[in-house]
Design a protein around this ligand. Sequence first.
Ligand SMILES: [Zn+2]
Length: 472
Amino acid sequence: MWDTRVNLPPRGANCRGEIMGYLAGRKFAMKTSRRMKYLLGELSDKTFDDGILNRMISIAGRDYGRMAAIPSGLSAEYAEHVVKTELIWQEARVKNDYDMVKGALKKSFDYKREFARYYGYGDRVMDSLLNEWEEGCDTKMMDAIFEDLKAYILPLLDRVRASGGDYSRGRLKNNYPRDVQFKFINDVTAAVGYDHEAGSVAESAHPFTFRLCPRDDIRFTTTIRESDFSVALLSSMHESGHAMYGQNIAPELRGTMLGMGASWGIDEGQARFFENIAGRSFEFWKRFYPLAQKYFPSLTMGVEDFYRNLNAVSFSPIRLEADEITYNLHIIIRYELEKRYYDECIGVDELPALWADKYEEYLGIRPQNYAEGILQDVQWFSGWIGYYQNYVLANCYDGHFLASLQKSVPDFWKQIGRGEFGEINAWHNENVRRYGALYPPAEILRKFSGETLSAGHYIDYLKRKFEPLVMP
Ligand SMILES: [Zn+2]
């Protein structure tokens, strides 16, 4: 993947696609082979005095059960459909033409409905999808989290509109040379705790983290905009969060199938903790803004103004341009439409208008065209349906991380203000990272907090941060 996204020459794409397709096919064949079935059958009723082995057997059995439940012809048909749909979407987005791709989108949604039946969920399609992405997650849990968030965020946005502040992320625009940005990113990520001796940093269109070898070779890429250095800095903080997870997994999990994040939600939570909770905080910039000014002499505004511009609440139709507050609403809108699609059997023809209505209801804006509406994101068109809520789950995990961390490190914010990440990383290593995928996500949360996942701590965090910003 690293080579494909960082180094691949344009003409190598087809050849690489064939190789990756072959390897994926081999992997699928091995995971669903008769030998695998036999081995899992032999092991299914045995418990070993070895937690790592027991968890691996349980995960392998779960994966086998899911893959074997779908007729292999249908799996292959779906895989091919998804690749084609993403290509149609790319063109449809450029042409702002929803009709071009809506038939393929309907098929993708309907495949998922069919799969849910094979998995034994009957008509509870959303429950099937949620559990697929985050073990133990269902609509009851998500609905409760989203209702709590809306109850806090929607009235807050009314106050933001009424206060009419004139801060904006756009005020950070200037010219920040690419090579200088790399130096800044390297300095900051090293200070935060990313081990550059066990990884490397490169540039790609979409940032990602690549775990070649747990602990010793965890690389990441960043996205550079020469007009706004905060884009690369925040994306590097995000990927550093993923990467430090990989660099601090327990040594005994290396070479096992557990040497990865516990779940999509927890892994993303680790990343967003460093991007948002740390990387967008005033304390963080109090420490690192003078360094930014050294590298970029054009940054003459004061740190307080910089912080307010960076965190300005924006009523944009585009998810990827959202601030910390409205980001949650972009996710809630997508989730609510997915749920209505399956529960109320609405059709793809109705989705764009329902999308625009939701934006009007929650954010007070209507997308002006499909490209800034339903066609803006790749996820649905690459088969990631029922996926979006993971970003908000991650925010909620961050709330729990922060609440527990502050009990162990009471001067957490002061330490961030001094650029000290030793105790903060030690907490993450001890309570989250070292376990890899040894336990289900809910178990990891229970071990460090005794709690179950909710939005409460995350909302407390938002209040502490945004109340002073909204009421100057
Ligand atoms: Zn991420």
